[in-house]
Design a protein around this ligand. Sequence first.
Ligand code: SAM
Length: 221
Amino acid sequence: MAHDDTPMPTDLLPHALDAKGFMPEDEGAFLHRVARTRLPSGPALEVGSYCGKSAIYLGAAAREVGGTVFTVDHHRGSEENQAGWAHHDASLVDAETDLMDTVPTFRRTVQRAGLEEQVVAVIGRSTTVSAHWRTPLSLLFIDGGHAEVHAQNDYAGFAPWVMAGGALLIHDVFERPEDGGQAPYRIWRRAVASGSFAPGGTVGSMRELVRVGGDAGQPVG
Ligand SMILES: C[S@@+](CC[C@H](N)C(=O)[O-])C[C@H]1O[C@@H](n2cnc3c(N)ncnc32)[C@H](O)[C@@H]1O
């Protein structure tokens, strides 16, 4: 699908760049462009808020064109965020509980960007939230747990809620195992094989799909 090439607003780009997280600028800009196109049709949902970096790109679009971005995370970090793993950040550990807690950093990020009206945090396990989710989505962005079970659950739980013509974006899609974990690539392949989604644009490891079969609330393969 063609998206306008309006860049990130200049007051918000520094917030996105400064935020802790895992979203290269070009991929975030793509997220922003797709969200600008889609948000007038309904809310967006992100799985994997972490410290709010990608939520700034989505929230910027919501501020510009109107709309709401729900972002789901249990805020305890993925496997690779835990102590001893590659993406651990000790400053995100709650001193009292000794558990990862990205809520305080996430809230500060969104508040400093002035996007609290547009970005709504849903704190919980994605399978719990998806089991109760019933709202058609103009855009679904999957960037939660990258283990196979989590990626598959995120797809199975939320992809049916993408409306006809809506966007499904998947982050960290690597075709070659030597470039990265394969779970996001496998859900991308599952989406294409289902016939419910057709490939759209790609920037870096971010891939867009468009719902071409069925409508929100109807099953996807
Ligand atoms: C790769 S990070 C998200 C990065 C973020 N989108 C950014 O731009 O920086 C993945 C996030 O998914 C969350 N997560 C992992 N498994 C989850 C699950 N089953 N339910 C809810 N959140 C989960 C982790 O807590 C972590 O914050």
